[in-house]
Design a protein around this ligand. Structure first.
Ligand code: SAM
Length: 228
């Protein structure tokens, strides 16, 4: 289990300075060059996942869980495409921002449900469970536990993205206040692709599609795995 201390630090970060920083990066207002680069890289990750799901031509029939949804960068376009989306995040402020954006984008459509929830406490059963750019908050040991939980609520498919271990951590630090001081600091963890694939296999999932995203300051591996 991810230590509650770690989790509290992450939650507090995304309810305070982290919220302000990432809301801007994931939004469309003026940001600095590094943040703009991360915005572009992150959008590529979102577009790859949307592209995979759209290729299958059955999006409107799927129940999708977007765990650690942030401000809804993936959930909202998925809901616009007709999927039934349950999205959640540990940060109240991220969820409040996602709710506002969803209201603007979706109006009265009711196929997106947003909730404040620790992803390790999620229950239910979804055709597809997605978790993008959250593993950066999980050590290797805790990642195994976290992915096992997501696997337990995924009927057919899991889609994960994570920062690869090859990526120089110093780049993340350039984002600025990500490590601003002991009271607000959150650790950033990278993962070896082979380790994540092994965890997926241990939980009965095998990789079907894999992609990479890289800009100057943003790097991600994206894996789609289905029940073997
Ligand atoms: C880097 S952001 C990515 C947001 C979103 N997945 C995206 O790609 O746009 C990481 C998010 O994970 C959330 N998070 C971290 N640990 C979590 C947990 N245990 N349960 C739910 N959300 C979590 C944070 O609050 C933050 O919103």
């Amino acid at each position: 289990m991810k230590s509650s201390n770690d989790k509290t630090v992450v939650k507090d970060y995304f309810n305070a300075t982290g919220f302000d920083r990432w809301r801007r990066i994931y939004g469309d207002e003026e940001v600095n060059k590094v943040q703009r680069d991360i915005r572009v890289g992150h959008q590529q990750t979102i577009d790859i996942v949307l592209g995979w799901l759209r290729q299958d031509s059955n999006l409107a029939e799927l129940s999708i869980c977007d765990s650690g949804c942030g401000v809804g960068s993936l959930s909202i376009p998925l809901a616009q495409a007709g999927a039934k989306v349950s999205a959640s995040d540990i940060s109240e402020r991220m969820v409040a921002e996602a709710q506002q954006k969803a209201k603007d984008a979706l109006g009265d459509a009711n196929n997106l449900n947003l909730a404040v929830q620790d992803l390790e406490a999620l229950q239910g059963s979804y055709h597809t469970v997605i978790c993008l750019d959250v593993l950066i908050h999980y050590s290797q040991e805790n990642a195994a536990q976290m992915i096992a939980h997501l696997a337990s609520i995924a009927e057919s498919r899991l889609i994960l993205s994570f920062a690869p271990k090859t990526f120089a951590l110093s780049l993340l630090k350039k984002v600025g206040d990500f490590f601003p001081g002991s009271s607000k600091a959150t650790r950033a963890y990278q993962h070896r692709e082979a380790d994540i694939i092994k965890i997926l296999q241990d939980n009965g999932f095998s990789v079907q599609r894999q992609e990479k995203t890289s800009t100057r300051f943003y790097f991600a591996r994206i894996l789609e795995a289905t029940r073997s």
